[in-house]
Unconditional design. Structure first.
Ligand SMILES: [Fe+2]
Ligand SMILES: [Fe+2]
Length: 232
């Protein structure tokens, strides 16, 4: 089955092209890396995990409620719309909401994969390139993990949210090398870390808790990189 069979509403099958701007930078200085960045690079290498073997994919997930959040965290809960919904409608809503949420995580991870690869090319220093290469691998593993989770546990993809797509495109389109750092590493990674933390803590589902805990280990390094790099 193709991904397109899983989307709740049709998405374009063509590739979305965001034009690249600015230079790919080469440096002939292979020494003099900054200790803090090199440490982060080393950690990135040491702490790789494999979603295929590390995650307990056999854990049950209710497809009607993949996030497994208590009802009071549903944004509609307590509203007149919610009160008027019958049980079947509420179940359908929660099912779509869970799929929407994890789909945005998935598309955001693909954005992070592209932006970190872009940072490898555009960053001027070797230590930043090294570190961003580990992050690129991290983000590939995250895309793998969220797409498998959605396919196997929810059976439904949602298209990318247009504001998220805009933020990703703006981070990529700028020719300055530090804008992807700011857009991706600080804004998007920071938001993702907060959202993952919230769902890891509140979800009643053991698989969701487990996979978010692993992803968060990596995301904490990504946010740390954005802060370090921008300080300089
Ligand atoms: Fe990620
Ligand atoms: Fe990340």
């Amino acid at each position: 089955m193709s991904s397109f069979d899983f989307y709740v509403s049709p998405v374009p099958e063509e590739i979305w092209g965001v034009p690249m701007a600015g230079n790919t930078r080469f440096s002939w200085d292979y020494d003099n890396g900054r200790d803090q960045l090199l440490n982060l690079y080393q950690k990135g290498k040491d702490k790789q995990w494999d979603a295929r073997s590390r995650i307990d994919w056999g854990l049950e997930v209710d497809p009607d409620d993949v996030a497994g959040l208590p009802e009071e965290f549903n944004p509609l809960s307590g509203s007149r719309i919610w009160d008027r919904m019958n049980r079947k409608e509420r179940t359908a809503f929660t099912r779509h909401q869970g799929s929407w949420l994890f789909s945005q995580f998935l598309h955001g991870e693909q954005g992070a994969l592209n932006v970190s690869a872009r940072i490898v090319a555009s960053a001027p220093d070797m230590d930043s390139k090294f570190y961003a290469a580990t992050q690129t691998m991290d983000e590939a593993r995250h895309v793998e993990l969220f797409s498998r989770f959605l396919r196997e546990k929810s059976g439904m993809y949602y298209p990318v949210n247009q504001d998220l797509a805009k933020l990703l495109a703006e981070s990529l389109e700028d020719s300055r090398w530090d804008l992807p750092y700011l857009g991706m590493q600080v804004l998007i990674e920071g938001l993702a870390l907060a959202a993952f933390g919230l769902f890891r803590d509140l979800s009643t589902n053991p698989l969701v808790k487990q996979l978010l805990a692993y992803v968060m280990q990596d995301e904490a390094r990504h946010v740390a990189f954005g802060r370090l790099a921008l300080k300089d």
